[in-house]
Design a protein around this ligand. Structure first.
Ligand code: ADP
Ligand code: MG
Length: 411
């Protein structure tokens, strides 16, 4: 009975580690080993995971001396065909009650194990659908065989830990793929804006040059007009700051960064994106209006991802209006305080709007009506917003145009 409770505690500790560390596998590996060594009264435990070329050591826990011995004496990659790999292929727990009593098989690995201070060992392969996904090895400093009970308890624990580990790995792979896609979409969207963004960076540089030329003229005056020179230099500083800000913003949108949650000033984040897209709007003859609520509930989100959503919606809106023959081309961006529920952001255009055929398909991956389109923008926007606990929806407007609105819950 107590054994069972201990086993339950061990697995629930692993699950807790998984819940509290969604992005990093290391604490989960450590929790698995801590639980395993405690469950079986071992002095140290190590975890290896299968990869193409063998079994890679990913975590060692327990007696500090043994831990350092393992890292310094054992190969990090136990290659295919090595003794450890062969032991794992049996798919059964391998128990060596007394290493010093082992006859015959005294090879290099044996010497390493004994020199590292181990006397009793237990290797349990981790199996998924009969595939070896890794191994856990437990060791004791004294000759003290594991009991059958401990071995079977530990095998059960290892099976449960494997399931937990595998689902976290899959989940993480999926998240990594999502973030790759999101990054590719950011780069592609910025790519569509290259000409406008180049213009946006060139503007302050040109202005700075004009001020510099003026400063030279004021300096050449006799006597030099120091007051004017100072003023021109101050303007140069401001313009170069502006250029640097634009480059920084481009950088943060193009850089690949792990997702993060932080308190974000929504208005500032939106204004940065409208600044980046300003030239594109001007080029397309679109006037941009913003109506940003002065008081908004605090929100926590990934700033870059939020800007990516805005960028996609704004670029879509501008593109939709590029074909409008008559009538004004207006883009309206608003934020609304929706109280305890958080904030709502609206992006409305006066383009052709959404046809009944396209409306249900807008958010499908690869759905596009543009010759050069990828059709990934809206699907990524929706997954970003939903990952933040919000909703993104689209509606047609009267007499024309489309409205995209999303919510972000309050922190
Ligand atoms: N503001 C809008 N007005 C009209 N149609 C839109 C608007 N935004 C998106 N759409 C439609 O949704 C489709 C998918 O958009 P998106 O996922 O961003 O991919 P892409 O922009 O590469 O086509 C667009 O091709 C377009 O048909
Ligand atoms: Mg798009």
């Amino acid at each position: 009975m107590t054994d069972l409770i201990e086993q339950q505690t061990a697995i629930s500790e692993v699950l807790r580690a998984i819940a509290s560390s969604p992005h990093d596998l290391q604490p989960i590996f450590d929790a698995i080993l801590d639980s395993a060594t405690r469950l079986c009264r071992a002095d140290a435990g190590s975890l290896r995971l299968s990869e193409q070329s063998g079994l890679r050591l990913v975590a060692v826990r327990g007696d500090p001396f043994l831990v350092s011995q393992v890292w310094s004496s054992f190969p990090v990659l136990a290659e295919k065909g090595s003794l450890l790999s062969r032991v794992a292929t049996s798919r059964l727990p391998t128990h060596i009650p007394d290493l010093t009593a082992l006859e015959g098989d005294r090879d290099d690995l044996w010497i390493t194990v004994v020199n590292a201070g181990f006397r009793t060992g237990l290797v349990v392969p981790l199996l998924k659908d009969n595939e070896i996904v890794g191994t856990i090895t437990l060791g004791r400093k004294q000759v003290q065989p594991f009991t059958d009970k401990q071995i079977s308890l530990f095998s059960d624990f290892a099976a449960q830990a494997t399931i937990a580990l595998e689902s976290t790995r899959r989940e993480r792979q999926y998240r990594e793929m999502q973030s790759e896609l999101a990054h590719a979409n950011r780069v592609a969207t910025m790519g569509q804006l290259t000409a406008s963004i180049a213009h946006e960076t060139k503007q302050p540089i040109t202005a700075a040059r004009t001020y510099a030329a003026a400063a030279l003229r004021f300096l050449d005056k006799n006597p030099s007009d120091v007051v004017e020179v100072r003023e021109a230099l101050t303007c140069i500083v401001n313009e170069t700051d502006r250029a640097r800000d634009v480059v920084d913003r481009i950088g943060s949108l193009i850089k690949k960064a792990p997702p993060r949650k932080e308190v974000v000033d929504l208005s500032a984040a939106i204004l940065e994106v409208t600044a980046l897209t300003r030239s594109e709007a001007v080029k397309t003859g679109v006037t941009v209006g913003t109506q940003l609520a002065s008081e908004l509930p605090r929100i926590r989100c990934d700033r870059v991802q939020l800007q990516q959503v805005m960028l996609n919606l704004i670029v879509n809106a501008i593109q939709s209006m590029s074909g409008v023959e008559d009538g004004s081309r207006e883009l309206q961006i608003s934020t609304v305080n929706i109280g305890p529920e958080g904030v709502r952001v609206e992006v409305q255009d006066t383009g052709p709007g959404l046809s009944p055929e396209s409306l249900p398909r807008l958010f499908e991956p690869f759905y596009t009506t543009k010759p050069e389109g990828m059709g990934m923008g809206l699907s990524i926007c929706r997954s970003i917003i939903e990952a933040h606990g919000g909703r993104l929806r689209a509606t047609g407007c009267e007499p024309r145009g489309a409205l995209f609105e999303f919510t972000i819950p309050a922190a």
